[in-house]
Design a protein around this ligand. Structure first.
Ligand SMILES: [Zn+2]
Length: 352
């Protein structure tokens, strides 16, 4: 009986505490974007606390054809942009045949029919990989039966694929290490190795005749980048991406995600965002050891790992709060990913 009473009063105390915490959170609207997002009503970080996509972003989304599940548009003569709303690829019709750029598994099975509809009677001669991640090239095997198809990738990607084949990804047949260019049917394709995203080498794909560039998993037009700056493997190199790409003469940039095509302005605004996160997180790190020492002294049972986490979270929270304030009217989903962006820079700073 005593045990049961104790249990009941413990449950009552827990309920009161939870209620008080919820009430406090409701009054102070004290949700912390770095916490788990709650789907249950009353959760301190309930999803309704996050902002919807900005109208300016939604207005840019190309219309998806309900019958095909795709948007296909000819953005320059012979150059077609394809998206299903989440991933992107492109193909170029030349006098001699077709060049395809990336084959995301989410819609690659629809590409042969789409290409046949827009470039009737033309053979598919080349498939170019932007990088070695299967979410962008894992639908390549739809072209597995195409006679004489050349699959072009950087040598590092080819080496990784030969060691660890990825489902749906065909092995490259033409590899390059240095900047490489080829001309096919009077159209030129320039491929330049880069290192802004993948563990292996990335490739900047440039079509000078179309003023079109592809740099996949970099920016997300209208939105802040995906978690941890597009899950970059090297934030230091990622920060140099913007100036590198702006040296190209282009009207459109295909960055692989979100349905909108990017422009030079999108690169410039994304650079401003990334630099602001970088500077905010770096200046927050000046108080890192003060925060750590304070937390370490407060945690009576001495737990340095826990104190480290407290210090990281406090800098991350301050950084994300400032970034959200400055950017939430300019770019979508900043409250969803700002924490992860701040954390990427904080971890980089700790290790460099
Ligand atoms: Zn990727």
């Amino acid at each position: 009986m005593k045990t049961k009473q104790r249990l009941l009063s413990a449950v009552a105390a827990l309920c009161l505490t939870t209620f008080a915490a919820q009430a406090e959170n409701t009054v102070l609207t004290q949700f912390i974007t770095g916490n788990d997002v709650g789907m249950v009503p009353g959760h301190a970080n309930h999803f309704t606390a996050f902002a919807p996509e900005l109208p300016a972003m939604l207005a840019r989304m190309p219309e998806i054809n309900p019958e095909t599940g795709l948007h296909v548009s000819e953005i320059k003569p012979g150059l077609f942009f394809v998206t299903e709303g989440v991933y992107q690829s492109a193909f170029l019709e030349t006098n001699d045949g077709v060049i395809v750029f990336d084959a995301p598994p989410s819609f690659a099975h629809k590409l042969p029919e789409t290409i046949a509809a827009h470039a009737p009677g033309k053979a598919i001669n080349y498939l170019v990989y932007s990088h070695g991640h299967s979410d962008h090239i894992g639908g390549a095997n739809i072209f597995g039966e195409v006679d004489g198809l050349q699959i072009i990738a950087h040598a590092d990607v080819a080496e990784s694929l030969s060691k660890s084949p990825l489902p749906g990804v065909l092995e490259p047949t033409l590899i390059f290490m240095e900047p490489y260019e080829f001309t096919f049917g009077s159209e030129t394709v320039k491929l330049t190795p880069a290192s802004f995203h993948a563990e292996d080498t990335d490739t900047i794909i440039y079509l000078p005749g179309q003023n079109f560039v592809m740099a996949v998993d970099t920016i997300t037009p209208g939105e802040v980048p995906f978690m941890n700056f597009g899950a970059t493997s090297d934030i230091g190199a990622y920060m140099t991406f913007f100036d590198t790409i702006l040296e190209y003469d282009f009207d459109y940039i295909l960055s692989g995600h979100v349905s909108a095509l990017g422009t030079r302005d999108d690169v410039i605004i994304a650079r401003g965002y990334a630099q602001d996160v970088w500077q905010t997180a770096i200046s927050g790190m000046e108080s890192f050891y003060d925060s750590f020492n304070e937390a370490f002294a407060t945690i009576e049972y001495k737990n340095a790992n826990l104190a480290y986490r407290v210090a990281i979270e406090s800098i991350r929270r301050e950084c994300a709060g400032e970034i959200i304030d400055r950017w939430d009217s300019k770019l979508s989903v900043v409250d969803v990913w700002a924490d992860s962006h701040c954390q990427t820079v904080i971890l980089h700073k700790i290790m460099h």
